[in-house]
Design a protein around this ligand. Structure first.
Ligand code: NAG
Ligand code: NAG
Ligand code: NAG
Ligand code: NAG
Ligand code: NAG
Length: 614
C-alpha cells in the first residue's frame, strides 16, 4: 500500500515537474485565466467549426487579455515576438482545456508579430503616455465609453467615439495608422470603461464578442435592478411594470389567438400543392432529440440549425429562426409558401416549416431543409475541411452556384435576389453538388448593434460596394458576391485576410496579380497542377470581373455562366476606379456621418473595425 502510494507520489511529482518546467524561454505577462471563465459563445469554434466567426471570436477573446495587459502595464500589445509567441502558446492551452482545438490559434493568427508593439502600427504610439500625447487627455472615448454599455444607444455612442479618435489619429499619421482602430478599442475597454474587459456586456459591445446565452444574464443587470427597486420610486416602477406586463400579456394572448387561426388556415391552404410539409413541433422535437445540443450543427445571427432524423429515417436540417419581430406569421407563411415552390437542383429545398406557440417558451418558428452531409463550402475550404476539394469539384461547385443563381434571377417571377451569397450559404450534398441555401426569406437586420469588430465582416466582405454603401440592390449585387465566391474557391483564400494588417480584400489582391499578368499566382496551391491552366485562368478572370467595383462593368449571372462554360469570350479586364479603400476615400467617410462609416470597414486597414446596420 505504502509502496504504491509512493509510486503514485513519484509519478505525480514527475507529472508536475515535466509540465511545470518548460524550456526557459520568456513567459507571457498576460493572465489568460479569463479564457476559461468568460461566457463567450464557443459554438462557432466547435464541430462544425465556422472558421470565419470562430477566428473573430478568438481575436476578440485575445483582445480582452491585451486590454487587461494595457491596463496593468500601460503598453499597447506585447513587447516582443518571443513574448507574443509565449502568450499564444498559453492561449492555446486555455482553449484546449475548453476542448477547443488549439490548432485554431495558428490558423486564425497566422502571424505572431501581429500582437507585437510596433511604432508603425499607429502613429508611433506604444504606450498610454504616447497615446495621451497624440489624442489628448480627454478623448471622445474617455467620455463615451466609461459607463454601462448594455443599451444599444450607449454602445453606439462609444463605437462612434472610436471612429472619431481613429479618424483623428489617421490625420496625424496617415501612413502609420493601420492599427489605430484596434488601439482605440483596447484603450476604450482596457483603460476607460469602469467595468473593464472581462465584463461580458462591455466586451459584447466594444469587442463585439458573441456571448453564450448563460453570460447575457449578468450580475450587473441584477444589481442594477435591485438598486432600482430599493430606490424611492419603487411604487412607480412596480406600477409601470405591472402595466407593461399586462400589455405584453394581453398582446401575447391576442397574438396566440391570431396565430392559432393562421396556423390552422395555413395548415390547410398553403402547403399541399408544393410538396412541402407543415410539421408539428412534436415531430421536430422527436427528430432532433428535443433540440439537444448534440444535434446542433450550426449557429448564426439569425438562428440555430439542428440535425434531425424524421420518423421515416430521412435526415433533415431544422433551422430555428430567432427573428420573430420583422415578419408576422402571415408574412412568414407567405414566404414559406413561395420558397417551398422553388425547386432546382442547385437550390436547397425546403421540406417544410413549423410555427408554434408555447405558453412558457413563447412563439417559435422553424424551417426544415434537406440535410447536406458535406457541410458548407466554407467548411470544405477551411483547414478543418482540410481543403481537400479537387479541381473538378471546385469547377462544378462554381458552375452549380451560377446555375442556382441564374434560376433565381431569371426563372422566377418576380426574380429573387439572394442578397447573402457567401461560402457559408453554399451547401454540399453527398455527391459534392452545390446547393445555394437561405434564399427567399426577407433578411432581417439582426446585427443592428454596432460592434467594434468585424464579427460579421465575413458577410460584409461579400457585399457589393454599392449595396453596402447606398443600399442599392440589383441582380448585380448577387453577381458581386458570386465573384467573391469564385475567387475564394480558386485561391483557397478567405474573402478578407484579416489576420494580416492591412486587411486585404480578396478582390484587390486578385486584381493586382491579374493586372500584372500573374494570374497563376492566384490559384490555390492544392489544385494548381490539377487542371488545365487556361480554364482555371478563365474562372479566375470571371471571378474578378463579377466582383468589379462598378456595377455596369459586371456581367449578369447568365453572361457569367456562359463565360465560365467558354461559350462567350471574357472581355479585357476593365480598369478600376480609385479603390474605395483608398486612404482619402476612407478618411472623408470617417469624418462624415456615422451611418456610412461602418460600411467602409471591409476596405479599412484596421484589424478591428465596426459594423452597424439598420
Ligand atoms: C527569442 O527566442 C529565440 C529562440 O526561441 C532565441 O534564439 C532569441 O534569442 C529570443 N529573442 C529574444 C529577444 O529573447
Ligand atoms: C507578419 O507581419 C509583418 C508585419 O505586419 C510582416 O512584415 C511579415 O512579413 C508577416 N509575416 C508572415 C509570416 O506573414
Ligand atoms: C513593424 O511593422 C512593419 C510593417 O508594418 C514591419 O516592416 C516592421 O518589421 C515591424 N517592426 C517590428 C519591430 O516588428
Ligand atoms: C511611419 O513609421 C516609420 C517607422 O516605423 C517611419 O520611418 C515613417 O516616417 C513613419 N511614417 C509616417 C508618415 O509617419
Ligand atoms: C512610452 O513610450 C515612449 C516611446 O514610444 C517612451 O519614450 C516612454 O518612455 C514610454 N513611457 C512609459 C511610461 O513607458
Amino acid at each position: 500500500m505504502v509502496h504504491s502510494q509512493s509510486i503514485f507520489f513519484f509519478l505525480f511529482t514527475f507529472f508536475i515537474a515535466s509540465h511545470a518546467a518548460p524550456p526557459a524561454v520568456e513567459s507571457c505577462p498576460m493572465d489568460l485565466s479569463y479564457v476559461e471563465t468568460f461566457p463567450w459563445d464557443t459554438s462557432t469554434c466547435r464541430d462544425p467549426i465556422d472558421s470565419e466567426h470562430c477566428c473573430q471570436s478568438l481575436l476578440s477573446l485575445f483582445g480582452i487579455g491585451l486590454a487587461k495587459h494595457l491596463k496593468e502595464t500601460s503598453i499597447f500589445q506585447l513587447p516582443s515576438e518571443n513574448i507574443s509567441t509565449a502568450c499564444l502558446q498559453d492561449f492555446k492551452l486555455k482553449l484546449s482545456s475548453l476542448k477547443i482545438q488549439p490548432s485554431l490559434v495558428p490558423s486564425c493568427f497566422q502571424n505572431s508579430t501581429q500582437f507585437v508593439t510596433n511604432t508603425s502600427s499607429c502613429a508611433g504610439i506604444s504606450n498610454i503616455t504616447d497615446w495621451k500625447q497624440k489624442v489628448g487627455m480627454l478623448s471622445p472615448l474617455d467620455t463615451s465609453c466609461n459607463g454601462d454599455l448594455s443599451s444599444e444607444t450607449s454602445c453606439n455612442i462609444c463605437t462612434e467615439a472610436g471612429f472619431k479618435v481613429t479618424a483623428q489619429l489617421r490625420t496625424v499619421a496617415p501612413k502609420n495608422s493601420t492599427k489605430c482602430f484596434y488601439y482605440s478599442v483596447l484603450y476604450a475597454i482596457g483603460i476607460v470603461n469602469q467595468f473593464g474587459p472581462t465584463d461580458p456586456v462591455t466586451a459584447g459591445c466594444i469587442l463585439g464578442m458573441a456571448l453564450s446565452s448563460k453570460g447575457s444574464s449578468n450580475n450587473r443587470k441584477i444589481l442594477k435592478l435591485v438598486f432600482g427597486l430599493l430606490g424611492a420610486v419603487v411604487g412607480v416602477i412596480l406600477a409601470f411594470v405591472l402595466i407593461v406586463m399586462y400589455r405584453k400579456w394581453n398582446k401575447m394572448r391576442r397574438e396566440n389567438l391570431y396565430h392559432r387561426s393562421v396556423e390552422n388556415s395555413v395548415r390547410d391552404s398553403v402547403l399541399p400543392n408544393t410538396g412541402a410539409k407543415w410539421f408539428h413541433i412534436s415531430e421536430l422535437e422527436k427528430a432532433t432529440n428535443k433540440f439537444s445540443q448534440k444535434n446542433m450543427i450550426g449557429q448564426g445571427g439569425d438562428g440555430v440549425v439542428y440535425k434531425g432524423t424524421l420518423s421515416d429515417g430521412t435526415l433533415v436540417a431544422v433551422k430555428e429562426i430567432f427573428d420573430l419581430e420583422t415578419r408576422g406569421d402571415e408574412e412568414f407563411c407567405y414566404e414559406v409558401e413561395i420558397i417551398s415552390k422553388i425547386k432546382h437542383r442547385n437550390l436547397l429545398a425546403l421540406r417544410g416549416c413549423c410555427v408554434t406557440s408555447h405558453s412558457v417558451k413563447g412563439k417559435r418558428r422553424f424551417l426544415v431543409y434537406d440535410y447536406m452531409p458535406n457541410g458548407s463550402l466554407s467548411y470544405q475550404l477551411s483547414i478543418n475541411g482540410a481543403n481537400k476539394l479537387t479541381w473538378p469539384q471546385r469547377k462544378n461547385i462554381i458552375l452549380d452556384v451560377a446555375k442556382g443563381l441564374a434560376y433565381l434571377h431569371y426563372e422566377i417571377k418576380p426574380p429573387i435576389f439572394h442578397r447573402d451569397i457567401k461560402a457559408t450559404n453554399i451547401l454540399l450534398d453527398s455527391k459534392m453538388k452545390a446547393k445555394v441555401a437561405d434564399f427567399g426569406l426577407a433578411k432581417q437586420g439582426n446585427e443592428g448593434q454596432s460592434h467594434l469588430t468585424t464579427r460579421v465582416a465575413g458577410t460584409y466582405g461579400y457585399l457589393a460596394p454599392e449595396y453596402a454603401l447606398y443600399g442599392q440592390l440589383t441582380e448585380k449585387s448577387d453577381v458581386y458576391s458570386f465573384g467573391i465566391v469564385i475567387l475564394e474557391v480558386m485561391s483557397g483564400r478567405k474573402v478578407l485576410d484579416t489576420m494580416n494588417s492591412p486587411v486585404v480584400l480578396i478582390t484587390d489582391w486578385a486584381w493586382t496579380l491579374a493586372k500584372t499578368g500573374k494570374v497563376d499566382e492566384i490559384f490555390d496551391e492544392a489544385v494548381k497542377d490539377e487542371g488545365p491552366e487556361k480554364i482555371m485562368e478563365r474562372f479566375v478572370l470571371v471571378g474578378i470581373l463579377c466582383a468589379h467595383a462598378m456595377v455596369a462593368l459586371r456581367p449578369t449571372i447568365a453572361e457569367a455562366l456562359k463565360m465560365l462554360e467558354g461559350d462567350i469570350d471574357i472581355p479585357n479586364l476593365p480598369d478600376r476606379p480609385v479603390p474605395l479603400g483608398h486612404e482619402s476615400f476612407q478618411s472623408s467617410l470617417l469624418q462624415g456621418s456615422g451611418r456610412t462609416t461602418p460600411y467602409t470597414s471591409f476596405y479599412s486597414t484596421s484589424n478591428i473595425s465596426t459594423i452597424s446596420r439598420n
